[in-house]
Ligand binder design. Structure first.
Ligand code: FE2
Length: 264
């Protein structure tokens, strides 16, 4: 079995300091094989915010896979945003904005969906689709094929439409890459679901891990256990800056018709 800790939307610059240690404690107790961070490391893409985010992620043991979100590009400094949108992000997290990670039960490929021209909404680029296709084509048959992208091409938990360009095309493109699980953030609401046109793809979103920018009544992260043909996702929530506690558990089995939520 492989265990992931999925966190997102940390927003350094708007962090609830009370949650800094509880999230580290959760990671220490759950002992994930990797920590997956699906974007929005910072609030305003300032160098000091990236430094704080990098220093914080260095406190987790094991591999940490990070992709950028829209907040990791400057919002107001248009010349910088258009000329070098992720320069500050790259300085903190390395030149590659689409990293990959291979674990015993999973091949994980990061995708950069940030779009400097529109800032808030995302975009699934053709180059990212090609990278996903190549990563998944070479994966062992039993391995879960997992894409990590800040913006998901499915509606949020409250029905807000997907905040990505051409969502129907993004869905079809993702399904064609062989992706089986897509981990995202952006909406600040936890959600798990499917799309009719991409039955083989399971979409798992988490809210904001440690920021004050809440859209629900709690911060949340997810512990995801991967076994062949089975994904078990436990949502962990922290209310009022307290410790993270297990909330709901969802189990998904992979069948010939795609993913099915399972009661046992
Ligand atoms: Fe965010």
């Amino acid at each position: 079995m492989t265990r992931l800790l999925h966190i997102s939307d940390l927003h350094f610059g708007a962090v609830d300091d009370r949650l800094i240690q509880p999230l580290l404690d959760l990671a220490a107790s759950q002992r994930p094989d990797a920590v997956i961070v699906s974007g929005d490391l910072t609030q305003r893409a300032r160098p000091s915010q990236f430094s704080a985010a990098r220093a914080y992620l260095a406190r987790f043991s094991g591999p940490v896979l990070v992709v950028p979100g829209n907040h990791d590009m400057p919002l107001y400094n248009l010349p910088v945003r258009l000329a070098a949108p992720l320069a500050r992000y790259r300085k903190a997290f390395g030149a590659g904005v689409e990293p990959s990670l291979t674990l015993p039960d999973a091949v994980i490929q990061g995708v950069n969906t940030s779009d400097p021209f529109v800032w808030k909404a995302g975009r699934l680029r053709r180059s990212s689709v090609a990278r996903l296709t190549a990563a998944f084509a070479g994966a062992p048959a039993e391995a879960h094929r997992i894409a990590v992208m800040h913006h998901a091409p499915v509606p949020a938990a409250d029905g807000t439409p997907a905040d990505i360009a051409e969502p129907a095309k993004a869905l079809a493109d993702l399904a064609a890459t062989g992706a089986q699980v897509v981990l995202s953030g952006h909406t600040h609401m936890p959600h798990a679901g499917f799309a009719e046109t991409a039955a083989g793809v399971l979409f798992l979103q988490v809210g904001t891990a440690i920021s004050t920018r809440l859209k629900t009544d709690a911060n949340d992260v997810a512990v995801i256990d991967l076994a062949p043909g089975l994904v078990t996702r436990t949502s962990w929530i922290a209310r009022g800056g307290g410790v993270f506690e297990p909330s709901f558990l969802l189990r998904f089995r992979q069948g010939s018709a795609g993913w099915q939520q399972s009661a046992d």
